[in-house]
Design a protein around this ligand. Structure first.
Ligand code: F6R
Length: 613
């Protein structure tokens, strides 16, 4: 996601900030900016530029035109508001007394903004960051308290995730930082101090770092860093020496971006939930969808390509069941050429991580030509699909670098669940009490996902054992069928092993002829009411020599009577359990690819954004 760099010391800050931001480019961004001050001046120079970092480097003559020894820099990956110069960071408080950069998502920024507007604050951007900076300024001035107490008060009011780096006009040479659920590392040398969202940004200056914990603050001055908790008490920390090389550091210590992104899923899901669940209820106001529109719907068409299409298949099961509405799912490349018969009072939902996929975009345009409202479920803010759809429900996965999608897929599922609950509620299919239960189930998902990730060594072992497989079949019914489709795609795209997914009941209508001695068949068995039926289909395969892997939830231990190897995920509400079941399958694909020596982040023949049909 966004990248933060801060420096205070004896050198000119701007070139150091720009060099640090360059090292964070891998995180993805669409604008950049720096704020630098000289100890002799009390104003701060802020320079920002949309687009590539190179624009900012040229605009500042590689930093030479912005003198000063203390500063903060930022690469922004748009979440609130388009990637424009105005929305780029750093942001300043209304009278420029506080300047700051932020990484993360402030869920209650609208409410905080309204409070600040009532107190005469003026806003220039659409960002949640400008709200955070002004909130700190508000407490700083209102109570005439020091930065620690002002920041702590703001932290108590802010809901969501943040890494904040701030400079105060009356505190030259000091950078103040605060953190909750967004990464931040602090480095120190004899004469300088650094802050960054990731180690590579500061690795060429120091390997001595501190890790700031959640809900902590820090004060950076040249050569010195002190830490504080929310009560304002000083906290003492040990320095850690970074031993990784620069390339490993970019991946946060993970071997590949794909593995890093698989591990980022609990965070991606938490951020996405935070944007659509407020005070225990689904809140789709940010998308523009109204209750009237949702209530009037008679049919939903869901369109996407690849994994996004697989989210659509899950969505069909979930939406039809929870909101009692007919749903059709289409591959975008088929929908656009098949003269679809769209009934009146419909909603077309297009799903796309990149927001640029040519076929999905064409399907969106076709729907709009026919006068049908289009909801986009999109990860990249300001992308073409995000701009052209009538309603936009962003996912907050952050930029995906690995070609094979993982965290964006998981965030898309969350949007679908939130939509299903809200549709079910406004259509009177589910009661308010049931909505409350379902929302608690959703909120429990990130921790359960983290638990699934703890089990990865078993999957790694199994992947190594099956890395030479010729064919792998994934089977399941209902939501488990949708998960099988995605598990199979992950397997084939990054391990190059032929794999197919089948609705479990369909296997015996032809495909079972491919099962021979040792063929791996993976049964996805999370839907308890369908479990026995899929187990029967697995037994049919076993009778023909298949080796069986079962994927089910804890408690279903009798699967081991049939399967040769079983993976368990925590129990969860049956419509949402796909969010847990997909993780072992992503890991299985990943570890199989690694065992085969495939370049898993960039598998052959594939592109991250498919802008041709
Ligand atoms: C598979 C994968 C692709 C994409 C598909 C759609 O791992 O990443 O199947 O899901 O190309 O891309 P978006 O979501 O950008 O429209």
């Amino acid at each position: 996601m966004c990248g933060i760099v801060g420096y205070t010391g004896n050198e000119n800050a701007a070139p150091i900030l720009l060099a640090g931001l360059t090292k964070l480019e891998y995180r993805g961004y669409d604008s950049a900016g720096i704020a630098v001050r000289d100890l002799s001046r009390d104003d701060v120079a802020v320079v920002k530029s949309p687009g590539r970092l190179l624009n900012l480097i040229q605009k500042t003559d590689n930093g030479a035109s912005v003198p000063g020894t203390c500063g903060v820099g930022h690469t922004r990956w748009a979440t609130h508001g388009e990637p424009t110069e105005t929305n780029a960071h750093p942001h300043s408080s209304a009278d420029d007394d506080v300047v700051g950069v932020h990484n993360g998502i402030i869920e209650n920024y609208q409410e905080l903004k309204e409070k600040l507007l009532r107190h005469g604050y003026v806003f220039h951007s659409e960002t949640d960051t400008e709200v955070a900076v002004n909130l700190v300024d508000y407490y700083y001035k209102k109570y005439k308290i020091g930065p620690i107490d002002a920041i702590a008060k703001a932290m108590v009011r802010i809901r969501g995730s943040y890494a904040l780096a701030l400079m105060f006009r009356d505190l030259p040479g000091e950078i103040w930082v605060a953190r909750k659920d967004s990464p931040m590392v602090i480095g120190v040398t004899e004469n300088s101090a650094f802050v960054a969202s990731d180690v590579p940004a500061i690795l060429s200056y120091t390997r001595q770092v501190y890790y700031i914990d959640n809900l902590e603050m820090a004060r950076l001055t040249p050569g010195h860093v002190s830490f504080f908790n929310l009560d304002g008490d000083e906290v003492f920390k040990d320095l850690t020496e970074i031993t990784w090389d620069a390339e490993a550091a970019e991946k946060g210590g993970f071997e590949h971006f794909m593995l890093k992104e698989i591990h980022e899923q609990p965070r991606a899901v938490r951020d996405t939930l935070g944007s659509y669940i407020r005070e225990g209820a689904v809140d789709l106001s940010a998308t523009g969808l109204t209750e009237e529109l949702l209530r009037s719907l008679e049919r939903i068409y869901i369109i996407g390509c690849g994994s996004a299409y697989h989210v659509g298949v899950s969505a069909k099961y979930v939406l039809e069941d929870m909101a009692d509405i007919p749903v059709e799912v289409d591959l975008a490349s088929e929908f656009r050429y098949r003269d679809p018969k769209i009934v009146k009072n419909s909603l077309v939902v297009v799903i796309s991580q990149s927001g640029e996929t040519a076929d999905t975009l064409a399907a969106l345009r076709l729907a709009k030509e026919r006068g049908v409202p289009v909801l986009g479920i999109v990860n990249v803010v300001g992308s073409t699909i995000a701009r052209e759809c009538d309603y936009c429900m962003y996912t907050y996965a952050g930029p995906e670098i690995a070609v094979a999608t993982t965290k964006a897929y998981s965030a898309q599922l969350i949007n679908v669940y939130a939509l299903a609950i809200e549709l079910g509620r406004v259509r009177g299919v589910i009661t308010e009490d049931r909505c409350g239960e379902l929302i608690s189930e959703l909120n429990a998902l990130p921790d359960k996902m983290a638990k699934v990730l703890e089990n990865k060594e078993r999957i790694q072992w199994f992947a190594a054992k099956y890395a030479n497989a010729r064919d792998i079949f994934f089977i399941g019914r209902g939501v488990d069928h949708a998960i099988s489709l995605e598990g199979s795609l992950k397997m084939k795209e990054i391990s190059y092993i032929h794999s197919e997914a089948y609705a479990a009941g369909e296997l015996k209508h032809g495909t079972i002829s491919l099962i021979e001695d040792g063929t791996l068949v993976i049964g996805v068995l999370t839907q308890n009411e369908l479990l026995e039926k899929t187990v029967s289909n697995m037994v049919e395969c076993k009778a023909r020599g298949a080796y069986l892997m079962g994927l089910t939830s804890y408690g279903n231990y009798n699967i081991e009577d049939t399967a040769n190897f079983t993976i368990y995920v925590p129990k969860a509400e049956r419509h949402f359990i796909g969010s847990l079941a997909i993780i072992p399958l992503q890991l299985l694909g990943y570890y199989t690819g690694v065992a085969k020596g495939v370049d898993v982040d960039k598998p052959r023949n594939l592109a991250k954004s498919v802008t041709v049909e």
